[in-house]
Design a protein around this ligand. Sequence first.
Ligand code: ZN
Length: 421
Amino acid sequence: MKKLLVLIIIVVIPLILIFMKTPSFAKIENEIDKISELVTDEARITSYTTYGRFFNLEGEINKILPDLVLILKNKETEANYELILTETNHGTAFKTTNLINKGINLENIPIGNYILLLKSGNGDNTKYYTLKDESKMQDINYYTITKDNENREINLQFIKYKDKNYLSLEVKKVKLPSDVYDIVIDPGHGGRDVGANKNGHYESKINLEYALKLKESLEGLGLKVKLTREEDVSIPNYGDDSRVSIAYESKAKLLLSIHQNSAVYKVGNGGVEVYVPNHADTTFATNLAKNIVDNTSTIYSKNVSHKIGSGVYLRTFSEDDIQSMKKEADKKGYTYYEKATTDSTYYFIIRETGGVVTGAYVDERYDEKPWNTYYNSNQGLESYLLELGYINSTVNLNILLTEQDKYIEAITKTVKEYLEI
Ligand SMILES: [Zn+2]
């Protein structure tokens, strides 16, 4: 009896623990055995990330290979993904995207166990290349958007098998964990921070009303929605229980930050402005602004600064912004963090919730209480800031107060189409 107990402790329990850690490893081994004889070399991965629903990677291989593609392979299927290739001094640099919200849509990969490889040539000349991690980034754990009350979990991890390195991708059906959400809605401001105000109407309260209604409407589509605040309270932007932390911890794919605009000058009838992340496709923002204008009495904003399309705005740090941030750093005695450049998105809620993809950053004045503990995350949310209208325009304020249901309908429709629910 004692011997049996010892056997269980020494042999069985460690085995169970190993299998708990990588439950599908045996299945992946099976796939690799079939592929490994076709593998001729290895490529180095320098970055692998998700932004919203999109997975992307970057790397380099020591060969000139102008026909290189990325493939997702198992014994039944082989899906091809185009790569953007650049010849370098050392060989070929490759990446899956130039736009952060494009690339490999994780929602579209069927349940199964796969290996990601590079491929060149065709027919008898087909050659495969394995992927080795040189990024120092974390394994990726992703949950698909809730559709028909169902979710899948996707795990991407680098594994070593028979002295070769592989990037494995596992897709399985799961029940969504209680702390994982599809969408985050962030009602801007709150509590003492009332935001813009006009004749006793406070932006913080209007934002919350919109957010609560939008949550209910999106839940009607079967989506699981997290609010950064549910009451008229002030919450921090960074650190514990902050807007940024709540967003990351939700593992959501999309974030909408709701605001009302205001200006010191006359804005006529005001209008809608949707702020987008830098280096992103603007389909969602374009459709959102259009659906709001079509469905409500509001107009496209006539504000031309940072405008990149009808109702679509991209604001990045200006040279002046950076100079004043540097001056402040000098004055207060800390080193300016060089990652904030004219390439960085101006609004923190967009920049700081995208992790490495949007150049989220910390600087040393926040050493003890970090500015954003998730700044280095390789999984981020696709985030937009919505200025629904100008409350200093009497016409626009009236629309914002009386046509809330029409706005909600327009936003819901846009989300539904974009997420393909
Ligand atoms: Zn605001």
